[in-house]
Design a protein around this ligand. Structure first.
Ligand code: FES
Length: 900
């Protein structure tokens, strides 16, 4: 007899079904679907005590086995020691990986610290950077706690409220819904384009529709003609209207061609293969420089620029910025030192362990309900209503805990398909009230069809006087937005803003264009373009420091903006962006001192054998500045209710995807009302239940929604004080609302430093020391902030050293986490995290945001350290072994020209 978590189970799995899917079909939802390939470990269960990736384990092989999931190891009220250790060490952020880690750790028992990397290479975490996971695995918890009582929440390392549910596999993510035998879920599969550019001239769905179990097939003939952007912003005019739900022209490999809804995923997938599509291939272009040249194939040449909001559709340019302040030619002529170069960044993906997914149904009132893994439920609701021609109040969007976002879930990628399918099935009487239609992207679809980070080419020319003071700054940026312009204008403008505005210089010029190509669309990614542009500017500045004989920290001290300076790019300065506080100077001091301390890992021993030579050691640093709120409006409403029994309920619209805002909001409310955090309950991210929120992006969860929570809680406190002053004992709930519109925006800073060793024989880069100092204002939750920084640095190291999506003629070839090379536990070094001591006059109780900032300076700091070690400048990321090795050959060729 087969048992799951000690309970006997009956029935047989479907032919070919993996153990994970079978378990989830039975309602055992602790094992998560992360990759389908045995790479991520989110689905790990014990099969007769053996840790097993259930996504690659045939369910039939589990016959008569005892299967244990994380839910079988403990429960929120009775956690196992391993589960408790993950709570105590704050060993998770989004938590999608955590149940798998808990299962593996339980099976392996005590693992020596030196063996953790090897033992847990089958469990990936994208959020934490692994330090807190290591602490949890080694039982080094205790950094976090439940809060010591009333008045102690603010500034304390309070545990995430969802912790006990996350570690025991009971926290429901979007797809974690118990099966309903009376209303079985229908499944969606998508037929996708094999061509990078083609017109669909014929489509025959008859054979697919005839397949037993198929409920619905949709093509462009069935789709609304309304055009929109998958990118979501407060102002929908921020992005071009260039996308149709199903189009008769495909512009990249992997674009949707048809939708199949069926009784099972297997049937839906089989039906997609029966759809016959006639394509007329069109010329394609894959290089952005070629795409903007005369005569290049046009992707959206049929669109009217002013209507679709595309800068130059006849040149494939979706957005552009050209302008100069001062006189850069004169500034360069007057300089005593100049530096010029071109830097390139690869295409990288978010690799959130939870893929995009949504479930939709019609409720008892005939309204469309969509439960979706999104960072922006209100923006999804509003655009979904437009796409489907519904009033916004006829749509409800619900978001559960999101399994990682990093900007990738600031797109509307699955909700439109699910919504259309629900409406069409309902019109045809094929869907029961409450019966759900579900679309869950595979890991391969995440790689081949979900927008990635914009690859960029950035040319920089800097001039400086004899004191190292900038006299000219010339930046030219070309971004590849792929087939659609979602986030292209925003990423281009933001990426070139705080990166250039960080430095005072009388003469600046910026030329930037975002260009369509027949590649996978690019989109929002942590840092929103800053990471790419900062890589170039901070590298160039490092080179300039060498030219004028300054240290990396000193050249930044002499040139970085300070309170009172205007924030200038290539035109008028933003009037709503101000210095609410300033900690860059402290960050530079802290990192410089940390590197000078000389600690960290020792230089590796030399490898023996022919050709072995000594490791080259060097240090580098880089700085970053980021606005704490995106421009053009970001709104949040909060509602706080204090009940007579002491319970407090906080309602916020923003979502929790591992950024920790839920914990921060609970802390803020508890502290304002003088109650323990255990008395505060959160309601969030349901467009019916809570007030409007633009969404969880731009690092706004703490600053914007947090300000609204503080405002609401203070109003409640004032009313309670008024009642008590009058001698009354509150017998009814007291409720107040607060709001924030992000009208005045502050600036946050971060400085990253590295010491590295480079092996000349192989090009391997080893990080001996990593340190980041951040200016996050007043720290609300030190342990949580530390985790955000460590996670950002780890993601930055991945982008800088290993991660790269490989495309050939527009087709993505890296389709698995293994091929793409997401950092494993053993890959990521520890990062020392230091805090500047500042108080922000604009943020809630002095705090600033810190979700994106830690990522941005990582790549240039690493490149600067490699340059310091090797004497040659890396101008392309990732700095993979082969690239660094080839770079070293150019140095050798220059040093030994006669040997060539
Ligand atoms: Fe590990 Fe999010 S906490 S993947």
């Amino acid at each position: 007899m087969t048992t799951v978590d000690g309970q006997p189970v009956g029935g047989q799995p479907a032919p070919g079904q993996c153990l994970r899917t079978w378990l989830r079909d039975l309602g055992h939802l602790a094992p998560k679907k992360g990759c389908d390939a045995g790479d991520c470990g989110a689905c790990t269960v014990l099969v007769d005590g053996e840790p097993t990736h259930s996504c690659v384990f045939p369910a039939v092989r589990a016959a008569d086995a005892d299967i244990t999931t994380a839910a079988g190891l403990g429960s929120p009220g009775a956690l196992s020691p391993v589960q408790q250790s993950f709570v105590d060490a704050a060993g998770f952020q989004c938590g999608f990986c955590t149940a798998g880690f808990v299962v593996t750790a339980t099976a392996l028992g005590d693992v020596p610290e030196a063996d953790l990397g090897r033992s847990f290479k089958g469990n990936l975490c994208r959020c934490t950077g692994y330090r807190s996971v290591r602490d949890a695995l080694l039982g080094r918890g205790g950094a976090c706690g439940p809060g010591a009582g009333p008045g102690t929440a603010f500034g304390a390392s309070v545990s995430a409220p969802a912790g006990p549910r996350v570690v025991s596999g009971g926290e429901p993510y979007t797809m974690d819904v118990a099966p309903d035998a009376a209303r079985p879920t229908l499944h969606v599969a998508l037929l996708r384009s094999p061509h990078p550019h083609a017109r669909i001239v014929a489509v025959d769905t008859a054979r697919a529709e005839a397949l037993p179990g198929v409920r619905l097939v949709l093509t462009h003939h069935d789709a609304p003609t309304f055009r929109y952007s998958t990118a979501r912003h407060e102002s929908r005019d921020d992005d071009p209207d260039d996308t149709r739900l199903l189009d008769d022209v495909v512009r990249h490999v992997g674009q949707r061609v048809a939708v199949v809804v069926a009784d099972s995923m297997a049937i839906a997938r089989a039906a997609t293969l029966l759809i016959e599509v006639g394509y007329e291939p069109l010329p394609a272009v894959f290089e952005p420089e070629a795409a903007r040249q005369p005569g290049a194939p046009l992707l959206h040449g049929d669109k009217v620029a002013s209507v679709a909001r595309i800068a130059e559709p006849t040149r494939n340019v979706v957005a552009q910025s050209h302008g100069e302040v001062g006189d850069t030619a004169r500034g360069l002529a007057e300089a005593v030192a100049t530096v010029r170069g071109t830097w390139r960044t690869a295409r990288v993906t978010h690799a959130s362990l939870e893929t995009h997914g949504a479930r939709g149904w019609v409720d008892d009132d005939g309204r469309l309900v969509v439960r979706t893994s999104t960072q922006v439920p209100f923006l999804v609701r509003d655009e979904l209503a437009r796409i489907l021609s519904l009033d916004a109040d006829r749509v409800r969007v619900v978001t559960a805990r999101v399994g990682g976002g990093f900007g990738g879930k600031q797109e509307l990628l699955v909700e439109d398909v699910v919504g259309l399918a629900v409406l069409r099935l309902t019109e045809r009487g094929l869907l029961l009230p409450g019966q759900a239609v579900q679309l869950e992207l595979t890991r391969e679809e995440q790689f081949t069809a979900v927008p990635c980070r914009h690859p960029m080419q950035v040319s920089v020319e800097l001039g400086a006087d004899a004191h190292g003071v900038l006299t000219a700054m010339v930046v030219d940026v070309l971004t590849d937005t792929g087939a659609y312009g979602n986030h292209a204008p925003g990423v281009m403008f933001h990426g070139t803003h705080e990166s250039i505005a960080l430095y005072r210089c009388a003469n600046k010029r910026l030329d930037a264009e975002a260009v369509y190509t027949n590649n996978l669309p690019s989109g929002a990614f942590r840092g929103y373009g800053l990471g790419q542009v900062i890589f170039a500017i901070e590298s160039a500045l490092d080179e300039l420091a060498r030219e004028v004989g300054l240290t990396p920290a000193e050249v930044r001290r002499r040139n970085a903006v300070r309170p009172g300076d205007a924030l200038v790019v290539n035109g008028a300065a933003d009037v709503d962006l101000v210095f609410g506080s300033y900690g860059l100077d402290q960050c530079l001091d802290l990192v410089e001192a940390a590197l000078a301390a000389g600690d960290g890992d020792p230089v590796p021993a030399d490898t023996a054998g022919p050709g072995a030579v000594g490791w080259l050691v060097g240090e580098g640093l880089a700085a970053g500045m980021i606005a704490t709120i995106p421009p053009r409006g970001h709104h949040a409403e909060a509602r706080v209710t204090a009940y007579p029994d002491g319970e407090v309920v906080v309602g916020v619209g923003t979502t929790e995807f591992g950024n920790g805002t839920s914990t921060v909001h609970v802390q803020l409310a508890a502290d304002e009302l003088g109650v323990g955090v255990d008395r505060v309950r959160l309601e969030q991210s349901d467009t019916d239940l809570v007030g409007y929120d633009t969404g969880a992006y731009g690092s706004t969860g703490s600053v914007v929604a947090g300000s609204a929570v503080v405002q609401a809680a203070r109003s409640v406190r004032a009313e309670l004080d008024r009642l008590r002053a009058g001698g009354a004992v509150p017998t009814e709930p007291v409720t107040a609302t607060g709001s924030s519109d992000g009208a005045l925006r502050s600036l946050a800073f971060s400085v990253q430093g590295f010491r590295v060793a480079v092996a000349p024989a192989t090009g391997e880069v080893r990080i001996l020391k990593s340190v980041q100092a951040v200016d996050a204002g007043v720290v609300i939750n030190p342990e949580q902030l530390r985790g955000q920084v460590e996670g950002g640095v780890a993601q930055g190291i991945g982008s800088a050293l290993w991660e790269e999506m490989v495309l050939r003629d527009g087709e993505v070839l890296t389709k698995t986490l293994r091929d793409y090379r997401v950092p494993q536990l053993g890959d990521v070094p520890p990062t020392e995290v230091l805090y500047a001591d500042t108080y922000d006059t604009l943020g809630p109780r002095g705090a600033k945001s810190m979700s994106e900032a830690p990522y941005n300076p990582v790549a240039p700091a690493l490149a600067n350290a490699v340059r310091d070690a090797t004497g040659v400048r890396p101008c392309e990321i990732p700095m993979s072994r082969d690239r660094v090795w080839r770079l070293l050959q150019t140095r050798n060729d220059q040093e030994n020209p006669d040997e060539q």
